[in-house]
Design a protein around this ligand. Structure first.
Ligand code: HEM
Length: 523
């Protein structure tokens, strides 16, 4: 605690110095906001008053609304709330579907309705396809070589294309089979619990992770595997540390990087550990005699060879295979696993929904196991999937985007470099679109219900659309169908407390630990 306090005080001194630099030297003003009528108001030459006033509590932009900021730190405190998606959604009630926050020298624009998110991410994708330039992002992404954190440029596009086609090829060949295998394995694990109340989070993580490791290197792990545990503990730690305000402060206040920061040191250690583990996996894959040629890793390595021999200007190397593996593991494990835990928790809250899905499965499948092609014949199951994606989008703030050129959203001028936060959680709770937005009502999506899926954006959109969307959709469908065909989830006898549905929000929105009882349904 003492270290943290001294770090804060020394940090503040540095931040003061940092902010005084532009005050003293001044900068040429830039057009800031476009009014609704499209005219552009120029900020005149920035003087001392202008610079100071943007941090004063009473000042807020006349056009783009937002909460008043504090001297020096701007709106930084808004970003330290324990459940940021809920807090940003509450701010939208006051400031509307688009507002700005300032943090150090960064301006962020928060988008809170599906209409404005679509405008930025889909309609104007080429203006907003960038990722924030980030010191800490560079460290976790191998110098910007990952797909998720790499900035938008020719090399990134070639990298994403390569991984996308490898993933697509692999999905067409074996995804269904790989998920079915993991779903059957999960079934066995649950059977073996034999009626005891258990937190299933870890089993869901192992199932989701095995789908990805089978697709990438043709390998699956047992829950007790030391290798698997090491990999997960390190990936989880990186995601959790990277989401902490101790780390994001380093991006907004560069001078803090000069100070000792134990959280940052831990992040560096975990990144080194992660890279050692992934390197070992890739080397093992390369040295196998009977390696799975269908695996994504093989496809990527071949793709990179072809790329290097082609006439293309951009050069992709082994680091891109390495970081793509990290992307798929991080993107594809905690998200799907968290979604499964949320689903079971919501079903405990409304057991009649579980009965409805079960009856539909019995009628349509007549005892057999489901296929993804049954999707259109199982509307009740699909409505459950959509409602959980709506209420608890597991990537609640997506991944921040960055304006790569001057543009506009909802008529507001957005200067190049602005960080865009798509508040998917907020859009999914928008009372203008969803009736009773906070209630779990899957029936809203069933035919004759009031809602369409158009306003759902759990996977983002545009150039940065979730790369694993197709994998995730098949997993959510098959895992849920297998689970609800064979098990009924109920509260343990001795516990009448339902799982808490608020959750813990970091990069991924997870539910707090709870222990349902799974009763086997014997066919
Ligand atoms: C329920 C499951 C999932 C959800 C809700 C989800 C959601 C998202 C969202 C919201 C984004 C950010 C989009 C943006 O920046 O606008 C994203 C990015 C990404 N996701 Fe997923 N995801 C899921 C599963 C997966 C899976 C299974 C994989 C891998 C197989 C994956 C890989 C990725 C990657 C690589 C990116 C970065 C894309 C880029 O920056 O171009 N995700 N995901």
């Amino acid at each position: 605690m003492a270290t943290e306090l001294s770090l804060i005080s020394v940090g503040i001194v540095f931040v003061v110095l940092l902010l005084l630099k532009p005050l003293i030297f001044g900068q040429r003003g830039k057009p800031l906001h476009e009014h609704h009528n499209g005219s552009t108001s120029k900020v005149s030459e920035s003087g001392l008053w202008q610079r100071l006033s943007q941090f004063l509590p009473w000042s807020s932009s006349p056009s783009l609304p937002g909460p008043p900021g504090f001297f020096l730190i701007g709106n930084m405190m808004e970003l330290t709330h324990d459940h940021l998606p809920i807090h940003l959604t509450n701010l939208a009630q006051r400031y509307g579907s688009i507002y700005r926050l300032k943090c150090g020298n960064t301006t962020m624009v928060v988008l809170n309705s599906s209409e404005v998110i679509r405008e930025a991410l889909v309609k104007k994708w080429s203006d907003f396809a960038g990722r924030p330039v980030s010191y800490t992002g560079d460290i976790v992404s191998g110098g910007g070589c990952s797909i998720s954190l790499g900035d938008y440029n020719e090399k990134w596009r070639a990298h994403r294309r390569l991984v996308h086609s490898a993933l697509q090829r692999c999905c067409q060949k074996s995804l269904h089979e790989v998920i079915e295998r993991q779903a059957l394995h999960l079934r066995k694990v649950l059977m073996d619990y034999d009626g005891s109340a258990v937190d299933l989070a870890e089993d869901f993580t192992v199932a989701a992770s095995n789908v990805i490791t089978t697709l990438t290197f043709g390998k699956e792990y047992d829950k007790s595997s030391v290798e698997l545990q090491q990999l997960h503990s390190c990936l989880n730690e990186i995601v959790a540390l990277w989401g902490s305000s101790w780390i994001s402060a380093l991006d907004s206040f560069p001078l803090l990087r000069k100070l000792p920061n134990p959280v940052f040191s831990r992040l560096l250690k975990e990144v080194t550990k992660r890279d050692d583990i992934i390197r070992e996996h890739l080397n093992n894959y390369k040295s196998q005699d009977n390696k799975s040629e269908d695996a994504i890793t093989g496809s990527l390595l071949r793709g990179i060879d072809q790329h290097q021999n082609s006439e293309e200007d951009v050069l992709l190397t082994d680091i891109h295979v390495h970081m793509a593996t990290v992307d798929l593991l991080i993107g594809g494990t905690e998200t799907t696993a968290a979604w499964l835990s949320w689903t079971v928790a919501f079903l405990l809250h409304r057991p009649e929904v579980q009965t409805g899905v079960y009856e539909e499965l019995c009628t349509v499948l007549e005892g057999r196991y489901p296929k993804y092609s049954d999707k259109h014949r199982l509307p009740v199951l699909c409505s459950l999937i959509n409602e959980v994606l709506r209420l608890r989008p597991v990537a609640p703030l997506a991944v921040p985007h960055r304006a790569i050129r001057d543009s506009s959203i909802a008529g507001y001028f957005i200067p190049k470099g602005t960080v865009i936060i798509p508040n998917v959680f907020g859009a999914h709770h928008d009372p203008a679109v969803w009736s009773e937005p906070y209630s779990f009502r899957p029936e809203r999506f069933v035919e004759g219900g009031s809602c369409s899926t158009r306003a759902l954006l759990p996977f983002g959109g545009g150039a940065r659309l979730c790369l694993g969307e197709a994998v995730a959709k098949m997993e959510l469908f098959l895992f849920t169908a297998y689970l609800l065909r064979d098990f009924q989830f109920i509260l343990p006898n001795n516990s009448d407390s339902l799982p808490d549905l608020r959750g813990v929000a970091s990069v991924v929105l997870k539910i707090n630990s709870y222990k349902p009882l799974e009763t086997n349904i014997i066919y």
